[in-house]
Design a protein around this ligand. Structure first.
Ligand code: ZN
Length: 185
C-alpha cells in the first residue's frame, strides 16, 4: 500500500534527465535517425536491438531512464494512419515484445508507454513516428542523474544494450532476406 502510494506520487513527477540537454543543444544529424539507424553494419554502434519485417527497436541514446526503448516502423512516416494494416500489426507486436523484454530483463516497477505525434505534442523526431517504452522505478527521478552522468552514459548505454540484445536476437535472424526493407537492415 505504501509502495502504491509512493508510485502514485512518483508517477506524476517530471523526470530530470540533464544529459538530454546534449540532444537538445547538439546539431541534428542529416537524415532521419530511425531510417539511418540500421545503415551501420554494427547494430551495436547505433543501439539497434532488433528488427522485424516492418519495424525496428532501438535504445534511446538520450534516455529518460535506463532501458528507454524506441520502437519505429521501417516506413518513414509521421502518420499512424499511413501504416498499412500488416505494418501496423508488426509494429504493435514488436512494441508488445519490447515491453515483455523490459519487464523480464529489467524488472521495472512501472512503465510509461507512449507516442508523441507532432512538435506541439512533444515529439523530438516529428517525421518518423515511434513508440517510447520507458521503464520506471521508485525514486528514478533521483536515481538516473546520479548513475547516468553525461560522461558515463555511453558506457552505461552499451551495458544496457548487451543486456537486452539477446532477447531480440532471434527477431533479426528471422527476417534476414525476408523483409521488403532488408536493404535497410
Ligand atoms: Zn525515417
Amino acid at each position: 500500500m505504501a509502495e502504491e502510494r509512493a508510485c502514485r506520487k512518483e508517477g506524476v513527477q517530471v523526470l530530470w534527465a540533464p544529459w538530454r540537454m546534449h540532444y537538445i543543444e547538439a546539431p541534428k544529424p542529416d537524415g532521419c535517425i530511425f531510417c539511418t539507424a540500421t545503415d551501420d553494419p554494427s547494430l551495436r554502434a547505433t543501439l539497434v536491438l532488433g528488427v522485424t519485417r516492418y519495424a525496428r527497436v532501438l535504445l534511446n541514446k538520450y534516455p529518460y531512464t535506463n532501458g528507454h526503448l524506441l520502437i519505429a516502423p521501417h516506413r518513414h512516416t509521421a502518420q499512424l494512419v499511413d501504416l498499412p494494416e500488416e505494418e501496423f500489426r508488426d509494429l504493435m507486436s514488436l512494441l508488445r515484445h519490447a515491453v515483455a523484454v523490459v519487464e523480464t530483463a529489467l524488472h521495472p516497477q512501472g512503465l510509461n508507454i507512449g507516442m508523441n505525434l507532432g512538435t506541439c505534442a512533444g515529439a523530438g523526431v516529428v517525421d518518423h513516428l515511434h513508440w517510447h517504452v520507458v521503464p520506471r522505478w521508485l525514486g528514478d527521478t533521483n536515481f538516473m542523474p546520479v548513475v547516468g552522468a553525461v560522461h558515463v552514459l555511453p558506457q552505461h548505454l552499451l551495458e544496457s544494450y548487451d543486456r537486452l540484445r539477446p532477447y531480440f536476437a532471434s527477431l533479426l535472424e528471422s527476417v534476414e532476406n525476408e523483409s521488403p526493407y532488408s536493404h535497410q537492415r
